[in-house]
Design a protein around this ligand. Sequence first.
Ligand SMILES: Cc1ncc(C[n+]2csc(CCOP(=O)(O)OP(=O)(O)O)c2C)c(N)n1
Ligand SMILES: [Mg+2]
Length: 540
Amino acid sequence: MTERVEGHGGALALAALRAYGVREMFTLSGGHVFPLYDAAHTTGFPLYDVRHEQSAVFAAEAVAKLQRRPGLAVLTAGPGVTNGVSGLTSAFFNASPVLVLGGRAPQFRWGSGSLQEMDHLPLVAPVTKHAETVFTADDIPRAVCAALTTALTPHRGPVFLDFPLEAIFSVGDADLPAPTPVAPVEPDPDEVTKAARLIAAAARPVIIAGSDVYAGDAVAALREAAEALQVPVFTNGMGRGALPPQHPLAFAKARRVALGDADVVVVVGTPLDFRLSFGDFGDAAVVHVVDAPTQRAGHVQPAASPAGDLRLILSAFADHTGDRAEHADWIERLRTAEDAARARDAAEMAADTDPIRPARVYGELRRALAPDAITIGDGGDFVSYAGRYLEPSQPGTWLDPGPYGCLGTGMGYAMGARVSHPDRQVCVLMGDGAAGFSLMDVESLVRQRLPVVIVVGNNGIWGLEKHPMRAMYGYDVAADLQPELRYDKVVEALGGAGETVAKAADLGPALGRAFDAGVPYLVNVLTDPADAYPRSSNLA
Ligand SMILES: Cc1ncc(C[n+]2csc(CCOP(=O)(O)OP(=O)(O)O)c2C)c(N)n1
Ligand SMILES: [Mg+2]
C-alpha cells in the first residue's frame, strides 16, 4: 500500500516521518530548514527548540531510548550539523534510532562559497549507519523511509540525511511507501542450543543484561530465561530495572564476587567493552548474545555467540529442555554478598557528614523518587555514585550517557524525557562541571513549560579528573571550578527556581520543594571535594 503525497520538501519529509511514528521535532532555528518548520507548524506537529544543537540531538536520543521509536533532530546547515556531531556519536555508541535531518547549502552553486556551505557526509558517515544527501524533493519520502528502516533495524543506530536548499524548498510529489515492520533476525539454532547447554550445565552462571535487551523489547524473555535456568542477573545501561530489585535473581552489588567466581558469564545485548573488563572474566567461559552478527566481539573468543532477535534467543534459553545444574547454593552465596554490600551502602547513604557526601544525596533521593521516575546522569564521580546507589525498579527509566561517556547530555535528555513522559518525575543528576555544557537549555525548558528537577553535586572540581591526576602526578591542573557557585541562581535567572543546600538535614525538604515546583528547579548540593569515587581505571 502506498499513498501519494505532494508539497514542498519539508512537507514531503514530514509525511514520511509521521508514517514511521515520529511524533515531534527537536531543533535550533536556521533558514536552511524552514520548510520543515512550515510543515510542522501548518499541521500541528510538535516542535521543541533549544539553545545548542547538541541538546536537540540528545533530546531526540532520549525519546529514542525511552520510547523505542525514532527520535528526530533537525539541524541547520554547517555549524548546526557540526554542533550535533557529539550527539550523533553518542547515539551511535548507544544504538539509538535517531534521525538527524540537516539543511545544506544549495547544490546549483556548490563550490561558489555559499553561506554555511560544507559537505557534512564525511564528518557524520563514521558515526551513523547511513548518511546521504537527497538532491530532489521527489526523492525525500523514499530517503526518509529508508533511513528510518535502517535506524530501527538491529543493531540500531542513528542515520543522517541532508537536503540542499533547492531540494527542500521546491515542490514535488512522490509515493509514500507504507512502513515495513522490521522482521526479526532468526538466530542460528545450533549456536543458540550450544549457548543454552553451556548455561544449563554451568555450576556458577551469571547473566549481564544491557541496553539492547530493553531496546529489543526482550525484558520479559530475559526474565523467563533467567527463571527457567535459575541464573542470577546483573544489568547495565537501559537494561537496569529489567528485573525488579526484589526479584530473587536480581543482583546489583555482588558483581565482584559474581564475576570473580562465575564459570559461565552470559553477556546479553551489550558489548564486551571497558565496562565489562573487555570480556575477560578469568577462567569463566563467555557467552555473548548479540542482536546482530556485527556486534560479535572481535577481541575475545566467546564459547558461544548467538546473534539475532534477542526475544527469540532468550525464549529459546527459557525453553531449553536438557539437564540443568543446580544453582541454589551459588545464588545463596551471591545473595549473602549482595545483602552485606547493601548494608554497607545503607550506612553510607545515611552519612550525616559536613560537608555532605554524595552517598547521602542518593539516600535522600531514593525516598523522593517514585518507582517510575526517569533519572538521568550527566557528570563524573557524582554520576558513578548514582549508578551505585540508585536502583531503577522498572526498565526504561535510567538514562546514562553510555560507553561514549559524553558530558553535556543533561538538559537534552531531560527535554526528551519530559516530552516522552509528561506525568512522571524527571530528575537530572549533574556534576557541577557537566552543568556548564547544557545549563543554558534550562531556558528552553522554562519557555516550553517542561519542568524537570536538576540535582547538582557541587564539589567545585572536575572530580573524576582531579583525583586521578593528583594520584598520578602529585599535582593537578585544569581541574578546578569555582567553589560553591550558585548554579541555582543561574536557573532562577533563566526563569526556573532552585536553592543551595549545604547541610544533609536540608536535603529531603529541598527535594520535596523541587518535585512540587512545576518549573525547572535546581537543587545545588555543596558536596565534599575530598570525596573520590573508588575505581580501578581512572581514565575517562
Ligand atoms: C565532553 C566531555 N569532555 C570531557 C570529558 C572528560 N571528563 C569525564 S568526567 C569529567 C569530570 C566531570 O566533572 P563533574 O561533572 O563536576 O563531576 P564530578 O566528577 O566532579 O562529580 C570530565 C572532564 C568527557 N567525558 N566528556
Ligand atoms: Mg564536580
